[in-house]
Design a binder for this molecule. Sequence first.
Ligand code: DX5
Ligand code: ZN
Length: 218
Amino acid sequence: ASGCKIGPSILNSDLACLGAECTRMLDSGADYLHLDVMDGHFVPNITFGHPVVESLRKQLGQDPFFDMHMMVSRPEQWVKPMAIAGANQYTFHLEATENPGALIKDIRENGMKVGLAIKPGTTVEYLAPWANQIDLALVMTVEPGFGGQKFMEDMMPKVHWLRTQFPSLDIEVDGGVGPDTIHKCAEAGANMIVSGSAIMRSEDPRSVINLLRNVCSE
Ligand code: DX5
Ligand code: ZN
């Protein structure tokens, strides 16, 4: 896919200096920031919520694109707070809501782009009916909850199918993506690449980001 974008996930960064870590990623050439929100209920882990996003927006200014990955049980609850805090894109999990249509509408009315995520166990047929109303489909390549897990290559048919059916849809992969696995993602047709530990743990994040972007845009 041409024009892939790389969004570091700051989940595995030093959260005591989150602002500085975000700046480090942006200075290393990140196209956007992937911000993982976990509520300890939808997933067995807790991260941060809209107050932290608001602080990041103040510190980083208006430019950086905040891609919110909402791993929460009641995604309806945080649309307005996240919009006010400065989120640009709101990606909720299909498994977490009874009424995706209403949520999609609400996210748009609050001025954000709409992302729809599916866990590894959810087939892509459930997402398809919404694909024409969303900006981005997020195909999880690990079970959501933690960084540093192994990439699930068997999710690639989902990406490929979506790319074939919806040529202009943004398709994001998230979980275990790095220099060893980017080829599979690119081949399948992903164009928004989330990478956490592979970038965070590198001593040279710029070269990892460039490598991922170059492979993906080939
Ligand atoms: C997992 C999160 C991912 C994760 C990515 O629940 O949604 O964004 O932090 O980190 P890596 O690339 O380390 O799997
Ligand atoms: Zn994520």
